[in-house]
Design a protein around this ligand. Structure first.
Ligand SMILES: Cc1ncc(COP(=O)(O)O)c(C=O)c1O
Length: 379
């Protein structure tokens, strides 16, 4: 049995529903490669220069202005740090804030590589269910009061793996709870711009007045995963130790990546790309849903309004790990619920990403998956 996401990603597959990554065919590859030369012309000493630990100043200025304009986030360039992907930000936060036996509030289910970071530091996990309507905030309050968790790791917008978005009213109350009980909220906003019909509510960070929210906005999921660029927003008390950790980790994210990203981010083409990408992903989501609807009615899910995944409930008696073993034999992968569950249960859930395969492959893949499930049910 595969116990981690990276083990699943290493399985060779003809049809991968396990990669919550955008199909490279949907990314502006030619545009990026055309502009590499221009970036080097503009900054001829680029390869001969280190980045500052905090990240390139021009890029932080650009992102600060963009976050203020589009998301009404009051964040100055000094309150931003560039990390090598969202994953590094989670790891740095764990190294700064967690000691063995500390409590960490996590959603159930959640992004499993974050769980791996917290476990690695010897933290104790306190799972809070995430549902369509958000969290049980009374339970969150009980946990905060009783266990004094150091962190609450949240992914409140087009949540991975469920696709749920925590409503605005809950966001405000959650930040108030964090302030009252001194629990740092880590808001992981990895697919903020991958919405379909309407943009998501304002980030938790926009309600923060006392510095109890750290905001992670990775750009891996819609622009250039290869550049590994994430912006971390935090107030001084959190930013200062994070900068120390970042300098120990790598002394700054490679400047070439930051400048290539900046150039692409400030171009008009980015907006056009994003709009096309939203349409393409929405179509892929629809195709996956239609293909699933043609299968047994007992497969259930909530339609996500953004993000990359369907979180599917299997019929009673069908075990996700067994289904995975049989599917891998036929060249198909997905993420079984156990990996996303901090308690290691959820054996009747699977995460199917609709972002990596094209429409025809998705149709075929779902058909195969349903066939494998039916064969298992007959045994
Ligand atoms: C919720 C969430 N956070 C963070 C990451 C890591 O992103 P990055 O590629 O920027 O390290 C992912 C990637 O799958 C994710 O789904």
């Amino acid at each position: 049995m595969q116990n981690t996401l990276s083990e699943i990603h290493q399985i060779p597959a003809v049809c991968s529903f396990s990669q919550a990554l955008i199909d490279p065919n949907l990314l502006p590859n030619l545009f990026l490669s055309d502009h590499v030369k221009q970036v080097f012309d503009r900054y001829p000493k680029l390869l001969g220069t280190y980045s500052s630990v905090q990240g390139d100043e021009e890029l932080r200025e650009l992102l600060s202005a963009d976050l203020q304009r589009k998301d009404k986030l009051q964040v100055s360039p000094d309150e931003l740090m560039i990390t090598t992907g969202g994953q590094q930000a989670i790891d740095l936060l764990s190294s700064v804030f967690l000691r063995p036996m500390d409590y960490v509030l996590v959603e159930r289910p959640t992004y499993s590589s974050a769980l791996d970071c917290f476990r690695q530091r010897g933290a104790r996990l306190l799972p809070v269910e995430i549902r369509r309507e958000g969290y049980d905030l009374d339970l969150v309050e009980v946990f905060m009061k009783r266990h004094k968790p150091r962190l609450f790791y949240t992914n409140p917008t087009f949540h991975n793996p469920t696709g749920f978005t925590v409503p605005a009213a809950q966001r405000k109350r959650l930040v108030e709870l964090a302030e009252r009980y001194g629990c740092l909220i880590v808001e992981d906003d990895a697919v903020h711009d991958v919405y379909f019909d309407a943009p998501p509510p304002p980030p938790l960070y926009s309600y923060d007045t006392e510095g109890w929210v750290v905001y992670l906005r990775s750009f891996s999921k819609y622009l250039a995963p290869g550049l590994r660029i994430c912006a971390v927003a935090a107030r001084t008390a959190v930013m200062a130790p994070l900068l120390t950790a970042k300098s120990l980790a790598d002394n700054g994210t490679p400047l070439v990546n930051q400048k290539l990203f900046q150039h692409c981010f400030e171009s008009e083409r980015l907006q056009q790309h994003l709009e096309k990408l939203r349409t393409a992903l929405q179509m892929r989501r629809d195709v996956m849903e239609q293909a699933l609807c043609a299968g047994p009615a007992s497969w259930q899910w909530h339609r996500p309004q953004g993000g990359l995944n369907l979180w599917v409930r299997l019929p009673d008696g069908l075990n996700a790990n067994q289904l995975l073993t049989e599917s891998v034999r036929r060249g198909l992968t997905f993420v079984p619920g156990t990996i996303c569950d901090p308690l290691g249960e959820m054996t009747n859930r699977i995460r199917l990403s609709y972002s990596f395969m094209n429409e025809a492959q998705t149709r075929e893949g779902v058909h195969l998956l349903v066939q494998v499930a039916e064969q298992l049910a007959q045994h």
